[in-house]
Design a protein around this ligand. Sequence first.
Ligand code: NAD
Length: 502
Amino acid sequence: MTATSTRLLDNYIGGAWTAAAAASGELEVTNPATGGALARVPLSGRADLDAAVDAARAALPQWRAVSVIARARKLFELRERLVARQEDLARSVTTEMGKTIADARAEVARMIEMVEAATAVPTTMQGRILEDVSRNIDAETIRQPVGVCAVIAPFNFPAMVPFWFLPFAIACGNTVVLKPSEQVPLTQAIAFEELDALGLPAGVVNLVNGGREVVEGILEHPGIDAVSFVGSAPVAKLVYERAAQAGKRVQALGGAKNHMVVMPDAVIDKTVEGIIGSAFGAAGQRCMAGSVVVTVGDAHDRLVPALVAAARALQVGDGLDERVELGPVISCQARDRIAGYVERAVADGAKLLLDGRQVDGDGLDPAGAYLGATIVDGATPDMEIAREEVFGPVLTLIHVQTLDEAIALVNGSRFGNGTSIFTESGASVRRYRHEIQAGMVGVNIGVAAPVAFFPFSGWKDSFLGDLHAHGTDGVEFFTRKKTVTTRYFSSGQGSGSYFVER
Ligand code: NAD
């Protein structure tokens, strides 16, 4: 299939599918399992963004006037529509991103859970009231929408990550401009077909395809009030700084380097399962991917043979094949970048226990971006492979003697997204939970990604902002608080000074 025979994706602006009017070019969207062309995505320009922001601003008064229960009911309907399209969405995720179909189904299930959580808005958006803050004077804090909210998404969760924000934002009465990753724009095109079918007022949700130019436009656009970003650490920093400079509310979730500590008393077979799922699920391209295993004491000798055997047994291939356990990475360019990390780790003195760079498997498409499971042992914390986000199916092992050393090592990272400890000791867990500098912690859980009702985010270089994604933080982020202090003179009371009469 040639590039020109694929369809050129539209934007969705003001309630209608619209061709990008000011695109500076277009990119080919490819299937990383085969290299085959799937579609072309426009690199929309400022005029396209302006049109989306204008539509979103124009829709604000009308959408805000819709009662909160009616907004929640739209989300109930959206939930049913997404459930009906669940398999289409999952197949789209696998086809454009590469993760296995089982993993893609789990991602779509989480996407739908975000909508379910957002339907709680009649409860979660409630304010507070206190009577008699002064004599016969009451104070109340109410929550109101922030305005036009922009969402900028990464490639690795084409379905779920945009939905960490969009359902919560519209539930709270905001309007949205979403820019999906230009590498994986197809899944959100399906989601927007379902949003379109809801019959929301035109402009409540808008989709602008594109890359850097759209992001830069968002950051300085006077019509945008809040920015939710998820992506790599350097871009998160740029987005945070520039959006804040322009006076916007911003949350920027960045990259990660996640550690999994294995204590000597860990239940080894279950620990191996947890580590394999964490390190090699989505081919290591999750922000919550366990990237470094820190073995404590004799955990190393108990763990490593079983871990290497399980990693070696993973079946590599096209994620649409139900038997496949490890799909391709996002692109051949990403594969070569990841292989470079492995090469440099060896040059730095680490030992390769398993080398996935020359992966072979039944019928692997030579144009696919395949990389087998790779395990690097004997690394030291200062090596690049132990410090930097590799974002591929590469697991690094570091050996220490005590929990103290393990905690110091994990806390030495500039990232602080997720981390896990594998142990049956409550005392070790208590210490780890108390001392570890990360936003999300798993106890005998390989991927401790919080469910929709809880906030999701890291610390340190993994996150810039204060309110995390979804859960109660989602409602906080997408609402502004207003405090009203009230008295009525006709009651015959409370005629003195509010400040003086307490
Ligand atoms: P990325 O930073 O390359 O891209 C993210 C978004 O930013 C995309 O929409 C892209 O178009 C845009 N962008 C890229 N470069 C830009 C630039 N120079 N200026 C302005 N905009 C730019 O990230 P990615 O490769 O798509 O995603 C993988 C990264 O995302 C990893 O680092 C991963 O850890 C991170 N991630 C973090 C979380 C989290 O919760 N912390 C979740 C998922 C992914």
